[in-house]
Design a protein around this ligand. Sequence first.
Ligand code: GTR
Length: 426
Amino acid sequence: MPFVTRIGFQTLAFVGAGACVVLIAQGSGWRANPAVVERTAKARGSFFNFEEANVSPYELPNAMEGSAGAVRTRNDWKGRRAEVLDLFREHVYGRSPGKPEKLRFQVLEESKSAMDGAATLKRVAILSTQGGREHKFELRMFLPNAASGPVPVFLVTGHRGAGNFDMTRKQKSGFWPAEEVIARNYGIAAFLASEVAPDDKERFREGAIALFEGASTGGRPGNAWATLAAWAWGASRSLDYFETDSRVDAKRVAIVGHSRGGKAALWAGAEDERFALAISNNSGEGGAALGRRYFGEHLEWINERFPHWFAGNYKGFAGRIDKLPVDQHMLLALMAPRALYVTSADEDLWADPRGEFLSLAHASPVYQLYGEAMIQPGDMPAIDRPLIAGRRAYHVRTGGHDLTPYDWQRFMDFADTLWRGAAPRK
Ligand code: GTR
């Protein structure tokens, strides 16, 4: 039975299945700053909605109802999970090829004296061979020297410029604050997404996709994988490497991504259950945000502007998203029972903060199967007040579309609760 959600500007939400309708007050949670709404609406134009009051009612597909009937047990979910994953492959992100025929790792550089001796620097080439073709990308990482055993690692899908991931540390960036992560005794890693698949509608097939498909530029099936799935593939190959590195706790690897990189991070977490934690930072449309909630970026625009990100089939849902058999809360549910952190930013209305939070809330029934608490649609926290509910966390921070040291400190706070027995901060 699908459920209907509506959050109106009267601060009430209706969540129900059939006759059961529940009223939920938004309480003291986050609300968009009217000045930001006005500014964003002006900048983006009338093709987009940034007014909560103008979000029309929508009906979400039910994660808990599959072809085999209602999902009541963890075992039921196993079957339903496979079905949901397949729907995302077919209609949204495309079908990834998995491991190449041959995979090799080559340590390009290793030094124990990085960051004045606090960290070990490692650069590793990840070399794939398939059908006589080769592909190579580089994994960059720092591991804390103070650690007495293997450490959890935060791996970033690095879609921003290489200067954000500078291994010489001459350039420092809050996007990848390696010193801060090392100081908290975690490892930090990244690969350049452009080395796995160029973020370019003409050239996106030149990296990992060409490894499997050759240099052909001809037509591709509607369910063929595209840029985001290729980046997720790169994340999985990085994890293949981590499994061989005795200083990495490969059972505690977090995949982290911002914006388009966050969409890829969520897909990596869905496709590859070895990731213990997925962190979506401002991933928005096609990431954490509900697609059916018309607020900010929408399916029609994203496919027009970035035709190389998703499977071709996704474009077929322009103007008929109600026919898509999934919505993004089901992508988040694919992480269960593993850990998940979703973030938003106050001024990033383009990514739809409330839609990102609601997606997390609507993934709750699946998490409940594993003993996790319900996060209600009305539970959206206030700005800069992170919510940690067992294996899920959320925050909406001050500021705009970015991945910042504030976000990173919260990710590590959450990891401390998951893996180091820390109590959630009040
Ligand atoms: C925007 C795009 C978003 C988001 C963002 C980014 O232009 O519309 O979906 O991915 O780029 O990656 O920063």
